[in-house]
Unconditional design. Structure first.
Length: 330
């Protein structure tokens, strides 16, 4: 007879404390003690003791001196001291190798840094005499590379104008797209098809295929793809290779989301010009801000506070929208 698997019980107070941190992190406004009490469903004094403990350790703060909470400096220090891009490399290492081996070409992994794509990993195939050299550690423009466009997959014309301005984009080869309007069309096509082809726009004679890697909220956090000499990529092979690239991108996305560590704000803290994205940004706001300059503000209201009934309804909507897990029992 097969023994039942023993489930390790959770520590209730720790579970509730983490619940508080998550609730505060997902609000753009300070969160009142009354709101935390409602969401946790336990007595007010217990919630205060939990919140006060987190405050003493620097994980929560009271910006206005009242019992309204925001994330404290300890959260910021933890985020800044950890290189989240290395985590993406670790998650993607085997997939990157598999992609290179299965396609016979050089596979690259990239993240966004400002107006550029930063290559953070690559694997070269040993099956070819001539291969595209690895670009790990190098930057390339977002608008004229396959990896860069994959990172811009969710951006529309207005978003792209906010990033690059209205001036004509720099041309690197006769194939470089220099129009924001045309770039927006390519991003729309990429979003629909799931991948993008870069045919000698940045480096002549090199063809690249890339697809976005997304977190559990559908936010683009990285891109993966292959680079090959144009002469080795006939149309039928491009289609087959694109399918393989998309398959690997989906596999990494699924694994990244499953860990519960896929918050785009934490990854971006290590990838966008050192600019830390607020952890209180919701999925919709984060998706919107990915397509905007780093200086753009974040927009997300917490709850309208007009009367008790409206407040209760809003809090229920917040709990549902955030998909907050039920904290430890009463």
């Amino acid at each position: 007879m097969k023994k039942a698997t023993l489930v390790t019980p959770s520590v209730q107070s720790l579970d509730r404390g983490l619940f508080i941190l998550e609730a505060v992190a997902k609000s753009s406004d300070p969160v009142a003690l009354a709101d935390l009490t409602y969401l946790l469903g336990i007595d007010r004094s217990s919630v205060f003791r939990l919140a006060n403990t987190l405050k003493r350790r620097g994980f929560l703060a009271n910006p206005n001196g009242r019992r309204d909470y925001v994330l404290g400096l300890s959260i910021w220090r933890l985020s800044r001291n950890h290189d989240w891009s290395k985590m993406m490399i670790s998650f993607s290492h085997e997939h990157l190798k598999t992609l290179a081996v299965s396609t016979g070409e050089t596979a690259h992994l990239a993240i966004r840094e400002g107006k550029n794509a930063l290559f953070i990993g690559h694997h070269s195939s040993s099956h070819q005499l001539i291969v595209v050299s690895g670009q790990t550690g190098k930057l390339a423009p977002l608008y004229c590379t396959a990896h860069g466009k994959a990172l811009l997959a969710d951006c529309g014309e207005r978003d792209l104008t906010a990033i690059f301005g209205t001036a004509r984009l720099q041309s690197y080869t006769p194939r470089t797209v220099v129009s924001i309007r045309e770039l927006a069309k390519q991003c729309a096509r990429l979003k629909a098809e799931g991948y993008v082809v870069g045919d000698g726009e940045y480096r002549e004679g090199v063809l690249c295929l890339a697809a976005p890697i997304r977190d559990q909220d559908g936010i683009v956090v990285a891109s993966i793809g292959i680079s090959a000499p144009v002469s080795r990529m006939p149309k039928e092979l491009v289609t087959a290779s694109a399918s393989r690239v998309c398959e690997v991108a989906r596999a990494i996305s699924a694994r990244w989301a499953e860990t519960g560590e896929a918050d785009e704000d934490r990854l971006r803290a290590a990838t966008v010009s050192g600019d830390v994205i607020p952890r209180n940004a919701g999925a919709a706001s984060r998706r919107d801000a990915i397509c905007r300059p780093e200086s753009q503000g974040w927009r997300e209201a917490y709850v309208p506070r007009r009367n008790d009934q409206q407040r209760k309804t809003a809090l229920e909507s917040v709990a549902a929208a955030f998909a907050l897990p039920k904290a430890g029992g009463k």
